[in-house]
Design a protein around this ligand. Structure first.
Ligand code: TPP
Ligand code: MG
Length: 772
């Protein structure tokens, strides 16, 4: 929790603010103008977006933040975060000099690649904001489950740009956060009235207060700095205040760029003689400084605002700022990617009293007293200076037995496995936390929730159960619950999984998050999924039902491209089990991967189709299945043909195999359990070979090795055929691809499989064309 430091040293904070403005500007300048360029390309960086936030960040990091607080920094203020760590001694000059270069400080804060501690990666605007709300929910979850003592709880803070408030994901999150009554969350808007392209619309800013307050947030607006407030109390002051209030965003920004003389002209024109006392008391520089003395640049206002929000109420701070504050292009509408010229940066250096050659000296140009005050402030800073290693709790993953039953669907088996977990208990079961965007029941999590309950900070009774109304779902809620219910907003699901999947990094306690979603609606939350993976959050995503196999539900619910999405998504391993025992194996693997330092998240693509389970003799298939595929019916050496299938189409593939095995003796039937993993293994091996690395064949090369080099493969998947067609490239074999390339429609499975050419007849025909 935030605690006040013993009386803020405002002067020292101001000095630190200037240093941050200087160092962030200089870091970007160095990357663009001084560092040798190997390709002649502009390196970029956002000096204006940084300068807009340096006061906010100085007040936050060097006054308000406590050791348990976590921050998502506006992507374009990344250099300010690095400058903060540079002053703290936890960032090196080398890293700053290599900003935006290979191996250097990243353009936008990155948890995995930056060497300084970054709590949340940012880059895709909006997501870094929303994830903090979900992180505060995860924190409450850990406290409620006795995994985090309340004293170790902190505040989740997002620093955002005003244009970021246009991202819809912020409002989806706001609604969900209100339902869960989140707390300990601050969002601080750098309201500089500019986006990338232009100045931002004024109208919405009078509405944000309502929107946030309606959702239970406190809104604190920092509009006028102390100098402005003082001026309001003097003759002509009310006129000045009215003028500031009615001046539109574009106007205010333009006048800021033009400077003191322009303000003078305009104020005279607008306020007439009423402006005289105010104008006569100031030269142009003083007038510019008054007019840009907005709350978000005023250290006293910032400190007061942060100190005034010491409770746990979620708070939106709207801090009025100037984009490019203190820099020559302050307020210019095109300054987003603007870079100071060498002459301009030299002017800034001189204005800061920094001698040439001393640009990287943290306290260059400061007198002894000022330097020691600034250093003392920095020494008191309570944020973490070192990255945490991922060494927290590990739990034993028990062997998972597949549910019994000759005929099963993977989706039903998933529900049963979780039910078994909930009954058996144990450390893993206790650290599993599930979540779903209003598809808990239809993705088969219902029985688990019956046992383990909904997570709520307050007690939630099951009204239907109390009224003795029969229902399969008996869902009470409370602090011990292990399922976090979400409304229908798949984007929130992935942000929730991101926050849950970072529980170890953020709070020192690993959770095993499982999120369920309908497979086609993964697309709804795709950027948030990518965002979760980018930060190396770890979770199990269970997407079910999937594919055309969902016959009667029709085309809007039949997913086509998720296997391709998964193949292109780093940090996420796709498994598509056909059978319950494969599913059990993959769930075990997922729990291992979630907690392994070099693991990853897992995506299981499941189906509601009930199919006959195979008779196994032993577990010899398992290693192959984990690696992405195994021969369900082994081919003879040199075989000219193989049927290759993935997932719930196993019965069609098997039926076709039965139909052809006499005509094509030694015909193999290859079960692909992860096109993603096979593809990765193959391309990885190719890359390693060029890099002089290992020459071990990849799993898919080994799988295809028994076949003749001229063999034909019929590939079959209830998804885009491209998921498997690449197999032909491994050894240059011919492929006849079967899959779904058109939107689906309603129907029973035989009709649909016939129409979309996924049935045994289609396989036999494709094979005939290839082999005969
Ligand atoms: C999802 C997404 N879309 C587009 C961008 C490109 N982009 C980067 S910053 C920006 C505008 C930022 O304006 P604002 O949030 O007001 O930040 P400021 O730089 O003004 O502080 C845009 C469109 C992005 N980073 N992420
Ligand atoms: Mg802006």
């Amino acid at each position: 929790m935030l605690k006040k430091t013993e009386g803020p040293d405002l002067d020292a904070l101001r000095l630190v603010e200037e240093r941050l403005r200087w160092l962030s500007s200089w870091t970007i300048h160095n990357a663009n103008h001084l560092r040798e360029s190997a390709d002649g390309l502009k390196v970029g960086g956002h000096q204006a977006s940084c300068a807009s936030m340096t006061a906010i960040m100085a007040a936050l990091y060097f006054h308000a933040l406590g050791p348990n607080d976590r921050v998502a920094v506006k992507p374009h203020a990344g250099p300010v975060l690095h400058a903060i760590h540079y002053l703290l001694g936890s960032q090196s000059r080398d890293q700053l000099e290599a900003f935006r270069g290979f191996g250097g400080a990243q353009s936008y804060p990155s948890r995995t690649k930056d060497l300084v501690p970054v709590d949340f990666s940012t880059g895709s605007v909006g997501l870094g904001v929303a994830v903090t709300a979900f992180a505060s929910l995860v924190q409450d979850y850990l406290v409620a489950h006795g995994l985090l003592s309340p004293e170790r709880a902190g505040r989740m803070v997002a620093l955002l740009g005003d244009a970021e408030l246009d991202e819809g994901n912020i409002y989806e999150c706001l609604i969900e956060a209100a339902k869960h009554d989140i707390r300990n969350c601050w969002w601080i808007v750098d309201y500089n009235r500019q986006s990338l392209d232009a100045t931002t619309a004024d109208r919405m800013f009078s509405r944000f207060d309502d929107i946030f307050e309606t959702c239970g947030w406190r809104v604190v607006t920092l509009k006028y700095g102390k100098a402005q407030q003082a001026a309001f109390a003097k003759p002509g002051g009310q006129g000045l205040k009215d003028f500031i209030d009615r001046t539109g965003n574009a106007d205010y920004a333009a006048l800021t760029y033009l400077g003191g003389a322009a303000w003078r002209d305009r104020l005279l024109k607008d306020l007439g003689d009423g402006a005289k006392p105010l104008l006569d008391a100031r030269d142009d520089d003083a007038l510019q400084s008054l007019m840009t003395n907005l709350g978000g640049h005023d250290m006293e206002c910032l400190v007061e605002a942060f100190d005034g929000a010491g409770d746990d109420v979620p708070t939106l701070f709207i801090a009025y700022t100037i984009k490019g504050y203190g820099l020559p292009f302050a307020g210019h509408k095109d300054n987003h990617s603007g870079l100071m010229t060498p002459t301009q940066i030299a002017g800034l250096r001189a204005a800061m009293g920094i001698a040439e050659g001393e640009e990287w000296e943290p306290w260059a140009g400061l007198g002894g007293n000022a330097a020691s005050a600034a250093k003392a402030l920095v020494d008191r800073c309570r944020i973490a200076r070192a990255r945490t290693e991922r060494t927290w709790n590990r739990v034993e993953v028990p062997a998972i037995s597949p549910p019994a039953g000759e005929d099963q669907s993977t989706q039903a088996a998933f529900g049963k496995i979780l039910l078994d977990f909930s009954r058996a208990g144990g450390p893993l079961a206790d650290r599993i936390v599930t979540t779903s965007p209003d598809v808990t029941v239809s993705t088969n999590l219902g029985a688990w929730v019956n046992q383990r309950g909904l997570f709520r900070r307050g007690e939630l009774s099951d009204v239907f159960a109390q009224a003795r109304i029969p229902s399969a779902q008996k869902w009470g809620g409370g602090q011990a619950g292990q399922h976090v219910e979400l409304g229908i907003a798949e984007n929130n699901l992935f942000l929730m999984l991101a926050a849950m999947g970072l529980a170890g990094d953020l709070f020192g306690e690993r959770l095993f998050p499982i999120g369920t979603v309908y497979d086609p609606f993964i697309a709804r939350g795709l950027d948030a999924l990518n965002y979760a993976c980018y930060q190396d959050a770890r979770f199990l995503l269970v997407a079910t039902p999937s594919g055309l196999t969902l016959g009667p539900e029709g085309g809007a619910h039949q997913s086509i491209n998720p296997p391709l999405i998964a193949m292109g998504q780093p940090g996420l391993r796709h498994y598509e089990p056909a059978f319950a025992d494969e599913l059990a194996l993959f769930m075990e693997e997922a729990f291992r991967l979630i907690q392994s330092p070099d693991g990853e998240s897992v995506y299981l693509r499941l189906s509601t189709r009930t199919i006959r389970q195979p008779a196994r003799s032993g577990g010899g298939w398992k290693a192959g299945a984990l690696a992405g595929g195994y021969w369900l019916r082994a081919p003879v050496q040199g075989s000219e043909a193989a049927l290759v299938y993935c997932g719930a189409l196993a019965p069609e593939a098997t039926a076709a195999w039965e139909a052809m095995k006499d005509d094509l003796p030694g015909l193999g039937l290859l079960a692909i359990t992860s096109p993603d993993l096979l593809h990765r293994g193959w391309t990885g091996r190719m890359a390693a070979r060029w890099g002089g690395g290992g020459s071990e064949p990849s799993h898919v090369e080994r799988l295809l090795a028994p076949l003749s080099p001229t063999a034909g493969l019929v590939t079959l998947i209830d998804a885009a055929p491209a998921s498997l067609t690449w197999l032909g490239g491994v050894r240059g074999q011919r492929v006849s691809p079967l899959g779904v390339g058109r939107f689906g429609q309603t129907g029973n499975l035989p009709d649909l499989y016939r129409a979309y050419r996924l049935d045994a007849d289609a396989i036999v025909e494709a094979a005939a064309e290839l082999f005969l």
